[in-house]
Design a protein around this ligand. Structure first.
Ligand code: ZN
Length: 441
């Protein structure tokens, strides 16, 4: 059976051989002075070849690399996470290998004729959540399609202790028997909300908790159920700290969820007004989220850097505001990826949040990216009224805890409304946070 790590070895061998061949051929062609076919290695004899290898993100000593490989009827897209710890990298490699072997074993059972007309796919995707400087939560999701039929979907979650070269499954760091009553009630509340039902009894909650996988994110622990159609429940660390292994519990940041929070978001920038917005936000100790257009990023790269340096969050709002549902998949991918790239070139990391233009995205769009889609639930209607008084009234009359406000750092009326709004909301006890610091989003 072909091993996953063989692929890596093979790739480097192939590169060396190819390089040698090219140099040799060049040498010969110069001397003989006639055209020579470029060297082609016999692909047929190889099980797989590397199609693309791309570093997609690199932050705090953690690299994420996407490797795409093909052979006649198999395609794999694997995201490889590499940390500064070699023992951890080895464990990650072993994990990927296990999933890969599972994929191959499914395929071995398929008759050749069927294989040829129906390709099989494996995707292994990674999400990284930083818990503290040295502790990282890693969320791996794999999907397997064999001969175009869905076979397997699974999440595996790990916590990496970079300083100790240690990697554990998340389940190992969470003791379900030690959850607090508050945690239990919160879970029940959220299951009721997801199911849109008030008739959730304790046995359903128990079952959910028992089946749930554990994912540690920056601000909360996630209970994720595969049985109940991928339901997930997010519980702030504040409620769950009693159940978290002490090795981890003093690494998590615990926010009191009883304080009121609100996230102001600015779309369509950066613009010539953005610096003024940043000054006002600083004045009221407010953090915000800016969903940027790639086109504007190209115009104001120094403003983009300033947004990041002043502690605000940056999200992607497409390249030039095309409606995603009206354009082709490759155009959508351009809108997303090119903008991520432009931002990453300036601030050194790619955004995690995506707000599609007009807030519109269907399942086709959502399946194209790993990014988190974020819309809003408080619309300032500034794009419609362009009137300072109306913007203030609209926001104040619809504001709620954990809300996400939609504004645009594009209209002078919005800029004029910002300071009165900051004063009013601060008086009401709101703390202004970036979107990903909200308890739910
Ligand atoms: Zn917009």
């Amino acid at each position: 059976m072909l091993k996953w790590y063989d692929l890596i070895e093979r790739k480097s061998d192939e590169k060396v051989i190819k390089k040698g061949l090219i140099i040799y051929m060049l040498f010969v062609s110069i001397f003989l002075n006639f055209a020579i076919e470029p060297p082609v290695l016999a692909r047929e004899n190889q099980d797989f070849y590397l199609h693309e290898n791309q570093v997609v993100s690199s932050e705090h000593y953690i690299n994420k690399e996407v490797q795409t490989r093909f052979n006649h009827h198999l395609k794999t897209v694997i995201e490889i996470v590499q940390t500064r710890s070699y023992p951890i990298n080895n464990q990650i490699q072993k994990y990927i290998e296990q999933v890969y072997n599972l994929f191959v074993s499914y395929n071995e059972k398929i008759p050749i004729l069927i294989k040829d007309s129906n390709p099989s796919y494996l995707t292994i995707r990674a999400k990284i959540h930083r818990i503290s400087e040295d502790v990282v939560s890693l969320e791996y999701t794999h999907q397997i399609y064999v001969s175009n039929h869905f076979r397997d979907y699974h999440k595996d979650n790990f916590v990496l202790f970079l300083n100790n070269d240690a990697m554990f499954r998340s389940e190992y760091l969470f003791d379900k028997s030690k959850i607090s009553d508050e945690f239990y009630e919160k879970t029940k509340e959220k299951i009721s909300f997801i199911n849109n039902s008030t008739k959730i009894d304790d046995s359903m909650v128990d079952e959910f908790i028992n089946d749930a996988h554990i994912i540690f994110r920056e601000e909360a622990v996630i209970f994720y159920s595969i049985k109940n159609i991928h339901q997930e429940v997010k519980i702030p660390y504040y409620y769950s700290v009693s159940a978290i292994n002490p090795a981890l519990s003093h690494q998590v940041v615990i926010h009191n969820p009883h304080s009121k929070k609100i996230a102001i978001t600015f779309d369509d920038g950066p613009t010539r007004h953005t610096r003024l917005v940043l000054d006002l936000l600083d004045k009221y100790n407010a953090k915000a989220t800016f969903f940027l257009l790639g086109l504007q990023v190209e115009k104001y790269p120094d403003v983009v850097l300033e947004i990041a340096n002043r502690g605000h969050e940056i999200g992607n709002h497409s390249y030039n505001h095309k409606r995603f549902t009206a354009i082709s998949t490759s155009d959508v991918l351009f809108q997303i990826n090119h903008t991520n790239q432009l931002i990453a070139e300036i601030i050194g990391r790619s955004p995690n949040l995506l707000r599609p233009p007009y807030g519109i995205a269907d399942n086709r769009i959502k399946s194209l990216t790993n990014m988190q889609f974020v819309n809003w639930n408080i619309d300032s209607l500034d794009w419609k009224t362009r009137n300072t008084r109306k913007i203030i009234h609209q926001v104040i009359s619809t504001t709620k805890n954990n809300g996400i406000i939609l504004m645009h750092d594009l209209y002078p009326a919005t800029i004029d409304a910002l300071e009165p709004l900051l004063i009013n909301l601060q008086d009401q006890g709101y703390e202004f946070v970036s979107v990903s610091k909200l308890t739910d989003y």
